[in-house]
Design a protein around this ligand. Structure first.
Ligand code: UD1
Length: 417
């Protein structure tokens, strides 16, 4: 079994390049299915979820290749409309293929998606929108059967700005005869990256990044080369580690505006934050302070994906931080593991109260989900003594060799096979 071994309590120092964004890459790979011509994706992160997404395209009849952060996708001949249960179970984002498969083949069959065990993750908003846009949806025997003759024009009002539903609707309508408006759309930067990718291929989409997105369907798309955006959560993970351990780190290749809220919070906690056009530097040479209250909410609010890693950075802060998890109902699976390390955390439903302690101690801990697993690595880096993190299959879904990133910054960390 793979494990990460960490001997903690060392300051971090140095510069790392940000990785390409997982949450942008996955919908962009799915959207490549809409194009009969070649899509070349650069800055495509080397992750388990990316490989699973490429495998879905291969099994549908497309041809994919991946080398050195470049994915080449040719979806000229798509001869299947279904995604196997094993691929659906391997990651939740497999649901993002629903829109593109229906667009390409007029039908689709999938089972309910898997992914991190962070609580119920229904796809009712995707399906409701699809029905409104002329897709017949039947749910039976654990499978979802979709078919359509033609995508209809219309305005879809999302009752919650779901990232995945917004992306799926954009992809369903991008190549069609319809004109579709999404109201209360998710505003995450990854949605804008998907719009930029689709438009670079010839789609006509506007408004991504705002609450209203307009898609004017086009007949076909053109060959494209596209550079995937930087991973905001990777960057936040490094910043939180620097805040927890102390030190002086630079993350290169980021878009500082996308990180504004998280950076202002770290600065409020006492870290020294400076940024340039495409880098952020965090210096921290004293004990940071608790943040009072941290509430997750859709972008531009504080991201749920950064909740666990921020929590780890605040375990030894001076004062208390109360986390309120508003997006997922069960996203505190890292807490019992952090408590094993000596953290003082009380969870009550969606609340987690973190009282800063003087130090935490290394321990054997297990990652239960992707970001919670990264949080255990951050905690291990700042803890006194040795930590062994298991459950790396979760962490590897979203981080390219997380141990190399921190070893490069001077930490004593290695993977044990
Ligand atoms: C995406 C991100 C994930 C992030 C999440 C919230 C990707 C690949 N994943 O996930 O890392 O944590 O956004 O920022 O981009 N919901 C419903 N019905 C639906 C859809 C969603 O009730 O049909 C609920 C979910 O259960 C959840 C909330 O809405 O409680 C947010 O989900 P959503 O924004 O859709 O997240 P994902 O697209 O799954």
């Amino acid at each position: 079994m793979n494990k990460i071994y960490i001997c903690g309590n060392k300051k971090l120092d140095g510069a790392v390049d940000v990785q390409g964004s997982k949450n942008a890459a996955l919908p962009i790979i799915a959207a490549s299915l809409l194009n009969h011509q070649e899509c070349v994706l650069t800055n495509c992160p080397d992750l388990k979820d990316v490989k699973a997404a490429l495998e879905i395209i291969d099994r549908l009849g497309g041809k994919t290749a991946y080398q050195e952060h470049t994915a080449i996708i040719k979806a000229e001949n798509i001869h299947r409309s279904d995604i196997s249960d094993d691929l659906m179970a391997s990651m939740r984002s497999s649901v993002l293929f629903l829109g593109p498969i229906i667009s390409r083949t007029k039908k689709a069959v999938i089972s309910y998606p898997g992914g991190c065990s962070i609580g119920l993750r229904p796809i009712d908003l995707h399906l409701k929108a699809f029905k409104q846009l002329g897709v017949l949806v039947e749910e039976t025997g654990g499978h979802i059967y979709c078919s359509t003759e033609k995508i209809k024009s219309g305005k879809v009002n999302l009752i919650f700005p779901s990232v995945g539903a917004t992306e799926n609707i954009m992809m369903l309508a991008a190549v069609s005869n319809a004109e579709v408006i999404i109201a209360n759309a998710a505003r995450e930067p990854e949605i804008l990256d998907l719009q930029n990718f689709l438009n670079k291929m010839g789609a006509k989409i506007s408004g991504a990044g705002s609450e209203t997105i307009r898609i004017i369907g086009v007949e076909k798309l053109n060959k494209v080369q596209y550079n995937i955006m930087a991973d905001r959560i990777f960057a936040a993970t490094v910043f939180c580690a620097a805040a927890a351990c102390g030190g002086d780190v630079v993350v290169k290749g980021v878009v500082p505006e996308q990180l504004e809220l998280m950076l202002s919070m770290l600065s409020g906690a006492g870290a020294e934050v400076t940024s340039g056009k495409d880098f952020v530097r965090i210096k921290c040479d004293k004990r940071i302070s608790g943040l009072g209250k941290v509430m997750t909410s859709p972008y531009p609010g504080f991201p749920t994906d950064a909740q666990a890693i921020f929590m780890s950075s605040l375990l030894c802060a001076e004062g208390t931080t109360v986390f309120v998890e508003n997006i997922f109902e069960s996203r505190y699976k890292h807490v019992p593991e952090l408590i094993k390390m000596g953290a003082d955390i009380i969870v009550d439903g969606r609340l987690a109260v973190v009282s800063g302690c003087n130090f935490i101690q290394g321990a054997p801990v297990e990652a239960m989900d992707l970001r919670g697993g990264a949080a255990l690595v951050v905690a291990g880096l700042s803890a006194i003594g040795d930590t062994v993190v298991t459950g790396l299959n979760h962490i590897d879904r979203g981080y390219e060799k997380i141990e190399d990133t921190f070893a490069h910054l001077g930490a004593t960390i290695k993977r044990l096979e």
